[in-house]
Design a protein around this ligand. Sequence first.
Ligand SMILES: Cc1cc2nc3c(=O)[nH]c(=O)nc-3n(C[C@H](O)[C@H](O)[C@H](O)COP(=O)(O)O)c2cc1C
Length: 184
Amino acid sequence: MKTTIAAISGSLKSTSSNTNILRALAVMAPNNVVVTVIEGLDTLPHFNPEAEEEIASVNLFRQKIKEADAVIFSTPEYAFGIPGILKNALDWLVSSGELNTKPVAAISASPLYPGGDKALASLLLTLTALGTNMGANSSLSIGSIKIKMNEAGEITHAETIQALELLLNSLIENIALSKTEYIE
Ligand SMILES: Cc1cc2nc3c(=O)[nH]c(=O)nc-3n(C[C@H](O)[C@H](O)[C@H](O)COP(=O)(O)O)c2cc1C
């Protein structure tokens, strides 16, 4: 059976470096692992804990996260924090619990040297609140991203490719480990 990883970008930009990083991970993944970029975070309404009616976009989003063996995030930093669309999406998962015990990895990428490290720290805090399973090598911030990609959005920087491979392989190992623990 295939291992499935849902990939969530914090950027809505059509030329997003973060979305391109997730696409690169999808290409890097071994044959038995499918990485799928989840689109449509902007179709989720603003989170409201009193929303009791069935909301189709929220149900679909929750279902995709539930079905995935793991989730990888890649986010830009806006004003030292994570973009509102990403925080909004995560807030929809708090009470429904799809991320609880789920293996995750988190990346931030920015054209600036620090690589969006404050957004990454904030994302990791939220993922901790959601009860996710963060194993070894599960976070990475990538600075100066524009000079590490070509015009087609492919990563050309060898060290960044290596760091992404390490993150992906560590996540795949963590998925296997968590399944073993579940069986035991
Ligand atoms: C409103 C706004 C605020 C930003 N704030 C930050 C910031 O605090 N730190 C940072 O590293 N980059 C910041 N940036 C630059 C983003 O990192 C940059 O737009 C990046 O390309 C976004 O990632 P993407 O290519 O995946 O969309 C900001 C950009 C915008 C539009």
